[in-house]
Design a binder for this molecule. Structure first.
Ligand code: ZN
Length: 252
């Protein structure tokens, strides 16, 4: 039966999942979302790929609720990982990259309605510009229990910039966020999921307790104590069905 479901899911999503291992119960799924909005039919392929409609997103959050998952923040996950803090049963992390306007206008109300928390990774130099949330909205979300963490200053590929530039991006984004939010920022999301050993070393020296990368859906995710600076996330794409993803990855 499981084989049939897997095949069906692969067909539906257009992706090849066969051969993936189901994960153990100690591993906690970290989902990654980008745009939650309707894109026009003539939008670019990347825009279609990284945009999930509000209806689909809400249906996915209903799925999370129905399956009795308890969304937790990255702060909670790191607290558990590094300081043995207790977590609710069936934890799951919902994370959103780039600090987009629709994270406030669409995602925030859908999460609030269900009592869910999530983590939002902010590019500090983008705050307030065109497609991005301003500080007022970010502060409101932070005040409502949402976890706000760092996604660098200008969103470069950290594996591709000088040591000095990487240092600036990693240190500065943390301090700008902390100044605005009056709270400690402990997690960094590497832009494009790219990092090097030097980037990890800088991240640690800046005082972050963990960092997230990303993986395609075929890359899976892992969650172990020694991987706190390379925590992988499932990128949910526009065509994805969470039910299928969960079956394949074995976290439902
Ligand atoms: Zn990003």
């Amino acid at each position: 039966m499981f084989r049939v479901i897997r095949l069906l899911c692969a067909l539906i999503s257009g992706m090849i999942f066969c051969g993936m291992q189901a994960l153990g119960s100690e591993e906690i799924p970290i989902l990654l979302y980008h745009h939650i909005n309707d894109v026009p039919a003539n939008a670019s392929r990347p825009m279609h790929r990284w945009s999930l409609s509000p209806e689909k997103f809400e249906a996915q959050m209903d799925w999370v609720f129905r399956h009795r998952f308890h969304p937790i923040t990255m702060q909670q996950l790191i607290g558990h990982l590094k300081h043995a803090q207790a977590l609710p049963p069936k934890p799951i992390v919902l994370s959103f990259d780039d600090g987009l306007k629709d994270h406030y206008s669409v995602v925030f109300p859908i999460l609030k309605k269900r009592g869910f928390v999530a983590t939002f990774f902010i590019i500090t130099d983008s705050v307030g510009h065109s497609a991005f949330m301003d500080w007022e909205k970010i502060l409101e979300m932070s005040g409502a229990g949402m976890d706000i963490e760092a996604h660098t200053v200008t969103h470069p590929n950290l594996a591709d910039v000088s040591h000095e530039q990487a240092r600036f991006e990693i240190f500065q984004s943390k301090s700008v966020l902390e100044k605005h939010l009056n709270k400690t920022v402990i997690v960094l999301a590497y832009p494009y999921g790219k990092y090097t050993q030097d980037v990890i070393a800088i991240t640690k020296s800046a005082g972050y307790e963990g960092a997230v990368t990303l993986s395609g859906l075929n890359g899976g995710y892992l969650f172990r104590a020694d991987q706190s600076y390379t925590l992988q996330r499932f990128a949910i794409e526009g065509q994805d069905n969470l039910d299928c993803v969960a079956h394949i990855k074995g976290f439902d």
